[in-house]
Design a protein around this ligand. Structure first.
Ligand SMILES: [Zn+2]
Length: 293
């Protein structure tokens, strides 16, 4: 019988806990959700630390901060993990790094809570990013369902959550900065998460994108119903290939196995270096005016 996830959290205390966000299901009234992605103290800092500032002459006024709000957890099995998140100041550390890096036109709230749904989302009505404990639990179960050990599933859960968190941060930044989006916002948020992870976090970030890709793949195979073609998220199969394309495109030699092992077809793989570079160029340019020096 599968162990209660709270007990697992307590049992595997040696693994660093990092918070992030993401899964696919959109909600109305200003909420924009993600699919598996993440945000952790390390990840959150990444968006802004290394990227070149190409538009220093047009800096915007700084009128806000990322603000952490720990909401009351009502589901008993999430109480302990909530205490751990707070005691380790995971969101606080993430917010600090983001605040050191980015100018904001208003406050953006970062929340963890039980949501009664498996998701993570950005709400434009109150400028909040919410990471649901149900999503973390679902990731754990997803990796477990593929036959992976509890310890491996636990680690990948946090990796995938980091990707989701940055997907949600992508939504928040597109809204706050009124960024032009010439295409699907959901895909743009995925590209933002891939850009920050791969370009800014190196091997750790690549691991996060790989975990999200793996979750997409597992979920797509265990999906029992016909996919919702009207959903504004790309299909999980597409998000899987896009994630791998970003990794492969970032370094064809280092990640040659993605092609040689058949995870990406040659016809798509040959386009990935350009796809990746255009993603990087776009986000570097868009964030430039909002980066602190
Ligand atoms: Zn989204």
């Amino acid at each position: 019988m599968r162990r209660n996830i709270v007990n697992l959290f307590l049992a595997i205390s040696s693994i660093a806990l990092v918070l992030g966000c993401f899964w696919s299901s959109e909600r109305g009234n200003g909420t924009v959700d993600a699919e598996p992605d993440t945000a952790g103290s390390n990840v959150a800092a990444a968006p802004v630390s290394n990227t070149e500032n190409r538009t220093a002459a047009t800096k915007k006024p700084d009128k806000g901060d990322f603000v952490v709000e720990h909401l009351e957890v009502k589901t008993p099995r999430y109480v302990e993990i909530d205490k751990q998140v707070q005691s380790e100041k995971l969101l606080v550390k993430a917010a600090d790094k983001l605040n050191r890096a980015l100018i904001l036109p208003y406050d953006i709230y970062l929340r963890t809570k039980d949501c009664s749904e498996t998701n993570a989302f950005y709400d434009s009505r109150d400028h909040s990013v919410t990471m649901c404990y149900e999503l973390m639990e679902d990731f754990f179960q997803t990796f477990k369902s593929a036959g992976q050990s509890e310890q491996v599933a636990y680690g990948k859960m946090f990796d995938a959550v980091k990707f989701v968190f940055l997907h949600e941060i992508g939504h928040a930044l597109m809204d706050a900065y009124k960024l032009p989006v010439t295409g699907s916002e959901e895909d743009a948020a995925d590209r933002c998460a891939a850009f920050i992870n791969i370009s800014e976090l190196g091997d750790e970030g690549v691991r996060n994108v790989m975990a999200a890709a793996e979750a997409f793949s597992i979920e797509s195979k265990r999906r029992g119903t016909k996919p919702n073609m009207a959903d504004d998220h790309l299909l999980q199969e597409q998000r899987f290939y896009n994630s791998l394309c970003m990794i492969y495109g970032s370094d064809q030699k280092k990640y040659a196995n993605i092609l040689s092992d058949g995870f990406l077809p040659k016809e798509r793989a040959m386009r990935c270096p350009l796809e990746y570079q255009r993603t990087v160029d776009a986000w570097v340019s868009l964030l430039g005016p909002w980066r602190k020096s």
